[in-house]
Design a protein around this ligand. Sequence first.
Ligand SMILES: Nc1ncnc2c1ncn2[C@@H]1O[C@H](COP(=O)(O)OP(=O)(O)OP(=O)(O)O)[C@@H](O)[C@H]1O
Ligand SMILES: [Mg+2]
Length: 502
Amino acid sequence: MFAQINSLGILGIDAYPVAVEVDFHRGLPIFEVVGLPDTTVRESRDRVRAAMANCSLALPNGRIVVNLAPADVRKIGTLYDLPILVGVLLAADLLSAGCDGCAFFGELSLSGEVRPQCGALSMVLEAKRMGLHSVFLPEANAAEGALVDGIDVYPVRDVPQLIAHLTGAARIPPARPADTASSLADVPDFRDVRGQAFARRAAEIAAAGGHNLLFVGPPGSGKSMIAARLPGILPPLSFEEAMEATRVYSAAGLLPAGAPLLTHRPFRAPHHSVSPAGLTGGGSVPRPGEISLAHHGVLFLDELPEFSRPALEALRQPLESGEITISRAAARLRFPARFMLAAAMNPCPCGWRGHPARKCTCSPARAAAYAARVSGPLLDRIDLHCQVMPVDFHHLASSAPGESSAMVRERVLAARERQRRRGGVCNALLPSGVLRECCSLSSDAQRLLQSAYDTLSLSARAFDRVLRVARTVADLEGSEGIERGHIAEALQYRSSGLPGQS
Ligand SMILES: Nc1ncnc2c1ncn2[C@@H]1O[C@H](COP(=O)(O)OP(=O)(O)OP(=O)(O)O)[C@@H](O)[C@H]1O
Ligand SMILES: [Mg+2]
């Protein structure tokens, strides 16, 4: 007897169809899995056999051959346990149920419980794209699966429950979508930041135009504190953005329990010891890295020069393209990585260079070597460079809270709306040619920009950066034209005062 069950595989964050074919003939007991299975898939045999035995499903003696098609793609993982079990039951005539239009995936425990899988959201989306009407998946993945409308998602706790459903003895109720209302309650608020008007303004401009941002300043001046508050002033995630970001978390197995959909922008702050692969993703079973976990959110690199050079250089390509491609012998994978980069560093190893009161103990050569750990091309991709000064005593001691994130966010939203009406992309992503079309400079603004270009010997790239930031400053003010004041403010964020930087 022969049975075919629909299942899915996952490569990166993208799912693809897998057909589980089972052939059963009475005779000497053999259980084989073919179709390029890796060890975890081959071990399915033992889990399926034990789960069946422990759920009182005695398998008649016979030759079972399971083929996972397409047979030329390597199958990885434990997710085929459930479809193999259903296929074996059908092929051995232990179950008579119509499974057309259904997909199954899930790992089995030896006692027959169904264990969760990474990437369930992408797999349910793919099942819908394939035109299937139902997916049977592990109970723990039900909430994310239920985010996809137009397909029935059945949470399976264990094998007896699934059999009862398939035989019509007791139906499993389909999963209902959970409440996905957005709440910023857990995101830290700008209200806690005292003083630091310049750095706060830099954060606001960065959020308004989607610009990358670098803070340079002495220890304890509030750089990390301000960066952590960026998600709270960014525009809320659209449903499509939330689904994309959630697929990444689902593939990484990092979706928080009880929260199937990411409702606010992710903030990732990897430690500086992170490896290039930890940052960009990879591994023998490729998993998304920090830059993909920050997709549609903020990647914060604190103590920037302490990151390894290869890790920092690995950021350059995704910063341009918004995605990362990982090549493996078997396939090329693509992970999305459209994030806002926020970075912070001290101006020198001791941290006090340029401090108004404390003396820096670093030699100029040592300070220059420290700054040079961050390459020019990476700094070039950061539109806003902000020198953070120590908080002054009056601000710090004051009991008056700073302006709240909600108020800053309103201005950010208005500026983003202007950008949306103008062309759809935020200013940070405007290609050079379009940027010039979007920037009509007053004659005063033109003169100031020209004199800055001459006296500061700006490179063409630095010129674009100034123009781009000025565009955002004007958007925050609700101005279509770019005035002298906008250029003047943008010029303040051109250099972070690091040695070796003009
Ligand atoms: N502007 C500020 N308003 C209120 N509290 C502040 C401010 N700046 C710093 N602090 C306090 O100091 C602590 C340290 O700040 P933070 O970690 O942001 O400093 P940093 O600039 O990142 O320092 P480092 O260079 O050592 O990383 C904060 O947790 C906060 O309690
Ligand atoms: Mg810090």
